[in-house]
Design a protein around this ligand. Sequence first.
Ligand SMILES: *Cc1c(COP(=O)(O)O)cnc(C)c1O
Length: 363
Amino acid sequence: MTSPAPRPGILDISPYVGGRSTLSGMDRVIKLSSNEGALGPSPKAMAAYRAIAPEMHRYPDGHAGALRETLASLHGLHAEQIVCGAGSDELLQLLVRGYAGLGDEVVYSRYGFLVYPIAAMASGATPVVAEEADLTASVDNLLSVVTPRTRILFLANPNNPTGTYLPISEIKRLRDGLPEHVLLVLDAAYAEFVDRNDYSSGAELVDAYDNVVMTRTFSKIYAMGGLRLGWGYCPPAVAAVLNRVRGPFNVSSPALAAGQAAVEDKAYVELVRRHNSYWRDWFTEAVGRLGLTVVPSVGNFVLVRFPKEPGRNSAAADAFLRSKGIIVRPVASYGLDEYLRVTIGRDDEMQAVVQALMEFQGV
Ligand SMILES: *Cc1c(COP(=O)(O)O)cnc(C)c1O
């Protein structure tokens, strides 16, 4: 008897492990492990979600027409070049499915988002890693691993879990150094949080070139991760590919309705953005005063570095925080075992983390 076998390579994938959300024996926890958006979704998005309940027997608009028009006018883009997905994860996977298969290579950066190698391997392609410098993607290293077999280069900008970013001048240099057959995918999941004037999500590069795609998500600043909604801005030929490989109704009607209301609620997005900037700076400073190092972040999370000694290291800190009901994200699966990633949460949550870290550090 032989049982059905998956395609070669599938069982080599290490499944993605998300941030923990519960602690045994505790019914109230502070969850700062998945970058979910400190203040929750816009009340207008929640109202739109509730309002569509009586219509859930209807199939959604398979072209996400209204949402694409709204996104296009908000960002000054061409609606027909926007493709929506069930989270940006789906779009990343569809890009690999459309452009890379057995024998092809997919390049990403050492501490890049783990979905990239998973998506590559799920399509039979080979993930290829470029080393970073100072926990920041290196354009030279990325370009140096590109070969005639490279089909896609994934770059999260800003990156998760490091929180670092490349200025748009470096992204342009990366694009200019790539052969035309390589698709550059700029994953801008955290774009809305960045307040640096040398940063751009790269939408203008999508308009200017045939080989650049930008992806965005509703899971972070819009705090709608549970609903699964993301979008990509693509050259027309790439949009045509994604619209062929995606499911005909890949985005649900509640996601479309709530997403639309969320983008229209600009005041709320601005409130969340300011909250994040304030508490990210506050947390960075407070942790620095405890004698710990922090990787400067432009996202809604911060990597905190612990010494290597047993009892003082990141594993001990994680266990201590958990004993206080605080869940952060160990990032050993990224090869960053000296660090913990802390999502920026509400005011009281950030104060509680710093208080707990003070106790852990004995200061
Ligand atoms: C959270 C995240 C995403 C978004 O995932 P969704 O599928 O849209 O929830 C994409 N890229 C990076 C780097 C992320 O951290």
